[in-house]
Design a protein around this ligand. Structure first.
Ligand SMILES: [Mn+2]
Length: 293
């Protein structure tokens, strides 16, 4: 059995098209889109229509990421804490995405959290956006000089009980693999916006062979110039609030721009000591980037 897992498309249509072509040439038995199809990027509706079409015609399955949740919550009668006051201003890009859908997000809200597949001996492949504790519960690599790390003990709590043979997680936009006890843990990285490493799109090829699951990370160059043009043409940067420039630069540089901004500036903005626009401009200038082209 061959299973392709892609994730974290984030409205990046050129990358999604490239990854899809590679997957379809591999001819897998199952394709799982592991959440975060929408938000943070310029083509959320087009990317959603793309994966929905393959769900209908080719049996692709889709799990729900935290960015589907962010967008869906704009349709709630009672907004949560992320959607009022200054936080709403910081998170305005998810409102932009919600508006691109014309508020029709029922399909996003109905997505499941987990997909489970089994080899003929019962060995399980478990796929979820972040961890079994929730779709924002990061599983980090064992070692890295920039991004955070997770201990084996932490991961034993995150992969669920009983532990599967292969656990595929996503969410952190950094493709990597490690082993904890008898479980191989593979992060699918991001089809749309990488972080902490090179900017190529990634997905996972999982294969059940000789009684066991194996997994390989595939890295693909795609048309980044088209994606950059899509950002300029879509209205995302003009209408998504000042933080949309942080999102754009994180995509363009494949560096952890948002975590760095949060660490140094978000507290000042939330406390009312700094305007959001000033905090974004000052941070981008300090790291040699610009708010715009
Ligand atoms: Mn995510």
């Amino acid at each position: 059995m061959k299973v392709a897992i892609l994730s974290d498309i984030h409205g990046n249509l050129p990358a999604l098209q490239t990854v899809t072509a590679h997957i379809e040439a591999w001819r897998p038995d199952e394709v799982i889109v592991n959440g975060d199809i929408v938000n943070r990027g310029p083509k959320p509706v087009e990317c959603w229509a793309w994966v929905q079409g393959r769900r209908r015609d080719a049996g692709w399955r889709i799990t729900r990421g935290n960015h589907e949740d962010y967008v869906v919550r704009h349709g709630s009668v009672v907004p949560d804490a992320e959607h009022v006051g200054i936080r709403a201003k910081i998170n305005m890009s998810s409102l932009w995405t919600f508006n691109q859908f014309g508020g029709s997000v029922a399909d996003l809200a109905a997505l499941p959290d987990v997909v489970r597949l089994y080899g003929d001996n019962g060995r399980e492949l478990r796929i979820t956006h972040a961890s079994m504790r929730g779709n924002q519960d990061c599983i980090w690599p064992a070692q890295h000089d920039v991004c955070p790390t997770s201990s084996d003990d932490a991961i034993r709590q995150q992969i669920g009980d009983p532990p599967p043979a292969l656990f595929v997680t996503s969410h952190i936009h950094f493709a990597n693999r490690r082993r904890v006890d008898d479980t191989l843990i593979v992060n699918s990285g991001s089809a749309g916006c990488h972080c902490y490493s090179d900017p190529r799109a990634t997905y996972v090829q999982a294969t059940f062979r000789n009684g066991e699951w194996e997994a390989e990370i595939i890295r693909l160059p795609y048309d980044m110039a088209q994606m950059e043009q899509d950002y300029y043409d879509s209205g995302f940067l003009q209408e998504g609030g000042a933080a949309s420039y942080l999102i754009f630069q994180e995509w363009k540089t494949a560096l952890p721009i948002l975590p760095q901004w949060r660490a140094h500036y978000e507290g000042e903005v939330l406390a009312g000591r700094m305007e959001l626009e000033t905090a974004v401009f000052e941070f981008l200038t300090s790291v040699g980037l610009r708010a715009g082209k």
